[in-house]
Design a protein around this ligand. Structure first.
Ligand SMILES: Cc1ncc(COP(=O)(O)O)c(C=O)c1O
Length: 354
């Protein structure tokens, strides 16, 4: 089966093999060595000089950790899809005062509106989902950065779960305070590791936070991280696989990897326009890592996904309220153009017979 899900994506056999290496203890010299190797690679991946912690949990738990450590008195979530909504729910579940700039799914966030809403809500923290995987939308990081420039006291949290390693994203240049990535998408690893970059300002907030708990306390993590340690027993095999895969990524070159993702997206969009599918989001806002495509309204998408599975390819149905109205193809991670061509050719055949 070839996995083109919008996550978790396909993992190469040699990467998977890393998971069955003999376990090492997390208080050993071998483990310190592993973390000390990981740190500079993760910093290069995020283009940052900040600490990058390797939380081992679902990304949703790291989202909560970002909020419980770095949220101030009032938080603004920019939401135009399922994951924007999840951030808002997570913030409210933590008891934070949270407002949303809530737009319809797939509706582009207008730059002028971001600045206005920041001022209206008087927020001191803002969250943006860089790649909204529910709609295949690339949210305009530059617009958020421009809106924040004249408002330098606001901390900026970015969900890069669907973009880290697949799309240009430079943490320090963009002034991001907490950058939440994921292993199971563009990094082509099993789920379970969440690289989280944390700025000095976010660490300062963490030190004062009363709601950060123990296991995800960033200020404690930082003390351990400086010594090449983690706060508690991490998913060690996943970290070994991450270390191996980051070498593969550096071998390819990050910029080449970004270009390859864009090429795969272009191929998918060209196929869509020849095959009666329309991207769910407008041009200029389409994710290079995941495409969300609408067929002719008369066609349900579940049978397409099922028929494709019978041919050995996994893609996904629409997310949440887009179920049966869209398909989602994850053209990310280690997939190459030939692999995607195979999927699109099979999809064309499946559409003829269904
Ligand atoms: C953009 C985005 N944010 C957050 C998440 C949550 O990740 P997890 O399922 O690992 O909690 C996902 C998962 O698909 C996602 O696509």
């Amino acid at each position: 089966m070839k996995n083109f899900l919008p996550g978790p994506t396909e993992v190469k056999p040699d990467v998977l093999e890393q998971l069955s290496k003999p376990l090492i203890g997390h208080h050993t010299e071998d483990f310190h060595k592993l973390l000390n190797q990981l740190t500079p690679k993760l910093q290069r991946l995020m283009t940052t000089r900040n600490p990058v912690f390797t939380l081992t949990c679902p990304a949703s738990a790291a989202m909560e950790a970002a909020l419980s450590n770095a949220a101030g008195k009032r938080i603004l979530v920019l939401s135009n899809g399922a994951f924007g909504e999840r951030w808002l729910k997570a913030a409210r579940a933590l008891g934070l005062a949270a407002d949303g700039l809530i737009l319809a799914w797939g509706f582009p966030l207008p730059e002028y509106e971001i600045g206005r809403v920041i001022d209206r809500t008087n927020c001191d923290t803002m969250v943006m989902v860089h790649g909204e995987s529910s709609t295949g939308m690339l949210n305009p990081l530059d617009s958020a950065v421009s809106a924040l420039k004249p408002r330098p006291d606001i901390l900026f949290i970015v969900d890069a779960v669907a973009t880290l390693g697949g799309i240009p994203l430079k943490m320090d240049e963009a002034g991001i305070d907490v950058l939440v990535g994921a292993s199971q998408k563009c990094l082509a690893l099993p789920p379970g590791v969440v690289p989280v970059g944390v700025s000095a300002r976010a660490l300062e907030r963490s030190r004062k936070s009363k709601m950060k708990g123990y296991a995800f306390d960033f200020s404690s993590w930082q003390k351990r991280w400086q010594k090449g340690e983690t706060l508690a027993t991490p998913a060690i095999p996943q970290l070994q696989a991450l270390n191996y895969q980051l070498d593969r990524i550096e071998e390819e070159g990050l910029e080449k990897r970004w270009e390859r993702h864009q090429k795969l997206a272009n191929m998918t969009l060209a196929w869509a326009s020849n095959s009666g599918f329309v991207p769910f989001v407008p041009a200029g806002f389409r994710l290079p890592t995941i495409s969300c495509l609408r067929p002719d309204p008369a066609r349900e998408t579940a049978p397409i996904v099922e028929a494709l599975k019978a041919e050995g390819y996994l893609i996904d149905n629409g997310y949440g309220k887009l179920k049966n109205r869209t398909i989602r193809i994850g053209h990310m991670g280690d997939w190459q153009e030939d692999d995607l061509a195979g999927l699109l050719e099979t999809l064309t055949q499946v559409l003829k017979s269904h």
